[in-house]
Ligand binder design. Structure first.
Ligand code: AP5
Length: 223
C-alpha cells in the first residue's frame, strides 16, 4: 500500500471477523489499527480508571457509555496520526453519537474517514463463531483461534508462543445474545448513516479469513 491508502472503518456484528481482518490489514497493508474492544479489555485487566468503570458494561454485553469512550478514542487517534500511516478503526464508532464525535475529531485533526467496510455474515452463524473463539493469553501475541474453524494444534495452547488460551468473559452464551442485540439497535443505524455519505462497501465475511482478506485488499486497491 502507498502512503495514500484510504483511512477505513471495519463495521459488522460481533463475530463477523473484524478483529481477524484488522490484524491482517495492519500486518499486510501497513495500517495503524485502533481496536477499542482490546483497549478496553486491557484497561480492565490493568484496573485503570476507564477499566474499573467499563468492566460492568462489557461483562453485561452493553456498550461502554459514550462519555467514557470518546475522550479515550481521541487520545488514541492522535497516536495513530503520529505513525503517519493510514488508519483502520475496529470497534469505534458504535452508535450515531460516536460517529458524530469521530467526525468532529477528524475535522479538528485535518483527517478523514474514507471508506467503511461492512463485513457481512448470516446472523445465525455468529453465535457459533463467538462461543468457539479462544485467544492467546500473551497480550503481545494475542492470536485468535476458533475451536472448529482454526483450532490450535494442541488443545488450549497457542501454536505461536506456547501460552495458554482463554475464552473472553463476554463470549459466554448468555452475554453473546445481549451483544448481538446491542449491535442491532445501536450500531446497525451506522450502515444507513455511511451509505448516505456514499462511504459504505460491503464485504462477504462468509468465506475463509484469507478469502475475506483478499476481497478487502482488492476492494481497497480498486477504490
Ligand atoms: P469488541 O472487542 O469490539 O467486540 P465485537 O465488536 O463484539 O467483536 P468481536 O471481537 O466479538 O468479533 P470480531 O468481529 O472482531 O470477530 P473475530 O475476528 O474475533 O467489543 C467488546 C466490548 O467492548 C463491547 O461489547 C463493548 O462493551 C465494549 N466496546 C468496544 N468498543 C466500544 C465502543 N466504541 N463504545 C462502547 N463500548 C465499546 O472472529 C470471531 C471468531 O470467528 C474467532 O474465533 C475467529 O477465529 C473466527 N473467524 C474469524 N473470521 C472467520 C472466518 N472468515 N471464518 C470462520 N471463522 C472465522
Amino acid at each position: 500500500m502507498t502512503p495514500k491508502s484510504p483511512n477505513i472503518l471495519l463495521l459488522g456484528a460481533p463475530g463477523v471477523g473484524k478483529g481477524t481482518q484488522a490484524k491482517l490489514i495492519e500486518a499486510e497493508l501497513n495500517y495503524a489499527r485502533l481496536d477499542t474492544g482490546s483497549l478496553i479489555r486491557s484497561a480492565i485487566a490493568q484496573k485503570t480508571e476507564l477499566g474499573l468503570k467499563a468492566e460492568a458494561y462489557v461483562k453485561e454485553g452493553m456498550l461502554v457509555p459514550d462519555e467514557l469512550i470518546i475522550g479515550f478514542v481521541l487520545a488514541e487517534l492522535l497516536r495513530l496520526k503520529e505513525t503517519g500511516k493510514p488508519f483502520l478503526l475496529d470497534g469505534f464508532p458504535r452508535n450515531l453519537a460516536q460517529a458524530e464525535a469521530l467526525n468532529r475529531m477528524l475535522e479538528e485533526q485535518s483527517l478523514s474517514l474514507d471508506w467503511v467496510l461492512e463485513i457481512e455474515v448470516d446472523t445465525g452463524k455468529l453465535t457459533d463463531r463467538i462461543i468457539g473463539r479462544r485467544l492467546c493469553s500473551d497480550k503481545a501475541c494475542g492470536t485468535v483461534y476458533h475451536l472448529k474453524y482454526s483450532p490450535p494444534k494442541q488443545e488450549g495452547v497457542c501454536d505461536r508462543c506456547g501460552s495458554l488460551l482463554f475464552q473472553r468473559d463476554d463470549d459466554k452464551s448468555d452475554v453473546v445474545s445481549k451483544r448481538l442485540d446491542s449491535y442491532k439497535h445501536e450500531t446497525m443505524p451506522l450502515i444507513d448513516y455511511y451509505l448516505k455519505q456514499a462511504k459504505l462497501q460491503k464485504i462477504d465475511g462468509d468465506q475463509s479469513p484469507q478469502e475475506v482478506f483478499a476481497e478487502i485488499r482488492d476492494k481497497l486497491s480498486s477504490l
